[in-house]
Design a protein around this ligand. Sequence first.
Ligand code: PLP
Length: 385
Amino acid sequence: MTGDGRASGEAGGLHFYLDANATAPLRPEAHEAMAEALAEVGNASSVHGFGRRARRLIEDAREAVAALVGATPAGVVFTGSGTEANNLALTGTGRRRILISAIEHESILQAASNAETIPVREDGRLDLAALEASLRASDEPALLSVMLANNETGVLQPLAEATRLAKAAGALVHCDAVQAVGRIPLEGAALDIDLMSLSAHKLGGPQGVGALVLWCDVPISPLLRGGGQERGRRAGTENVAGISGFGAAAKAALRDLSQSAAQAAWRDRLEASIAAWAPDAVFAGKDAPRLPNTSCFAVPGLKAETQLMALDLAGYAVSAGAACSSGKVQISHVLRAMGFEEALAASAIRVSLGWHSREADLDAFALAWRELYDRKRAQAAASAA
Ligand code: PLP
């Protein structure tokens, strides 16, 4: 490491990494648990001692993940990603009528391509009146899928109210809580939902592990067949090391929950600085309840690609729109659903903090952003002269 926190020979150290909504760094606890699990041998389905040890690791992790979301361990189905959990939820209940919000992750949008879409308001929150009207429009029992926190803006959805409306209409409720879990206490938010998707790598666990958590007794039809693992709900030999890492990260995330709340004040200070330097900056979902770790903002005329490249040169990793599926800059369907004009949406960047972030990281980022902003403004003034 150099004195400024950069890992030598690399573009930037962990403190320059402000893209935790794409993926968070692996927590040391998860790393350790995975290394220990990798040193073991044994298939969790085997009855001998080696197999029983692998089984123990999986069941310990199941308890930790269940505790993080207030579920019972028997309701936790480990999957290969949050994407798989979403696909399992949307196909597994057998409900053909599916309602989703307009700002869901691609893995929901594509898993339910015939779904009815409920709009969001300008602040990025689900339009509850539109939801109520859609629920009333048919007697067919529905599945409602609403995320808890949006990955691009951090805006928290009115899950408790949406669930109440859905339940009154006899619908099942699925929540993609991939971005929220481990960052905010779930408290009443998860009350009464039936299915919830999680992903290990957003909370400091490994990539390639997720879970679908079930509260309902509706049988789930598996996506993957060919084995009785996960109580017949997901066939295939379990990823013992990945699941162990997920369990360790879940425990650490639960322990650190109060720390992540402090990030809201750091984020608000960053936004206040940017608003002072660039009075025309627009902050997506600023007036709505949001995750403490996320800021999504756009300055008219300052393209996201330009910002990303300049910030990358300065060592900072942030993202434009949703980076986790395509890796290329596309106009965000989320910002469009919130009424952003195309040009403004093309200027939006997302800064997202993780368990590793410090207050000083955002302060340093703010200065780097100001430098880029002043430089671009001076260039624009020179070419206009
Ligand atoms: N749901 C949301 C809201 C996400 O942000 C993501 C990933 O960014 C996913 C689901 C998919 O999770 P995974 O990367 O584990 O497939």
